[in-house]
Design a protein around this ligand. Structure first.
Ligand code: CDP
Length: 252
């Protein structure tokens, strides 16, 4: 009896270990339009799961910052791609003092706040439509994601960067709610944005991101859609973590 119990315990132990191994290596893709809350929930979900979080939007923002600060024309996709591949763009997990945002460095210069200004937000969409730059960024993102245990957020994660992701989420909300969230973010950075201008700039970015030729923003066929208008951040994070647990259970 005892040994039988022991055997059952051993079997359970083994199967839990297999489940937790599956859980450790999942690839989670979160896509969606500007201001849907992707970065916040992706970062929190990654923390809960012990995963690496990669903010791919921050990478495109860093490339845009490079173009602006090195005097490269926004229309010169090849020159921007060359500069981005030569520069050392580094992402570090944020802390309380940066409102939990990912810290971004270019060649050891801290550009965490510099990449979130209105100027960069308005230029990042045309910059990220250049195929040579996307090639450089996607190659780096694939490399970072290859071992699993990762959450990546962006526009083309489930369709291009990780078409093999175990879980694909498409996070969205109405343009008005997204503009209100962006307003709060920028006010927290000490800026004084105008709501109507933010609404227009978000709509403009959505249009550009969805209509570009290379890797447009679109929902992957196998994505789970989450509309966040009436959901708290915690509710969205809980939903994603539960989906991951279910996925790991199925995978083992
Ligand atoms: O945080 P927010 O929703 O404002 O956008 P972001 O994630 O910081 O991304 C900024 C911009 O980078 C997007 O509007 C896209 O133009 C571009 N982007 C992209 O093309 N592909 C990605 N995987 C991520 C971002």
């Amino acid at each position: 009896m005892l040994s039988q119990l022991g055997q059952v315990w051993v079997q359970m132990e083994t199967s839990n270990r297999t489940a937790s191994h599956a859980l450790k290596t999942l690839k989670v893709a979160i896509d969606g339009p500007a201001g849907a809350g992707k970065s916040t929930v992706a970062q929190l979900a990654a923390k809960r799961l012990g995963y690496l979080y990669i903010d791919t939007g921050a990478m495109y923002r860093a490339a845009t910052w490079l173009a602006v600060h090195r005097g490269i024309a926004i229309t010169d996709g090849q020159a921007i791609a060359d500069a981005a591949s030569k520069a050392n763009i580094r992402l570090e997990q944020g802390d309380e003092s940066t409102s939990n945002r990912v810290k971004v460095f270019v060649d050891d210069q801290d550009i965490t706040h510099g990449i979130r200004t209105n100027e960069i937000s308005d230029l990042v969409s045309p910059v990220s439509s250049h195929s040579p730059l996307r090639k450089v960024m996607v190659a780096q993102q694939k490399e970072l994601a290859k071992r699993g245990g990762v959450v990546l957020d962006g526009r083309d994660i489930g369709t291009v960067v990780m078409p093999d992701a175990n879980l694909k989420i498409y996070l969205t909300a109405s343009p008005e709610i997204r503009a209100k969230r962006r307003l709060k973010d920028l006010q927290a950075l000490g800026e004084s944005p105008v709501y109507e201008e933010l609404l227009m700039s978000i709509a403009d970015r959505d249009n550009r991101d969805s209509s570009r030729a290379d890797s447009p923003l679109k929902q992957a066929e196998d994505a789970v859609v989450i509309i966040t208008d009436n959901l708290t951040i915690d509710q969205v994070v809980d939903a994603i973590v539960k989906l991951c647990l279910a996925e790991a259970e199925e995978k083992r």
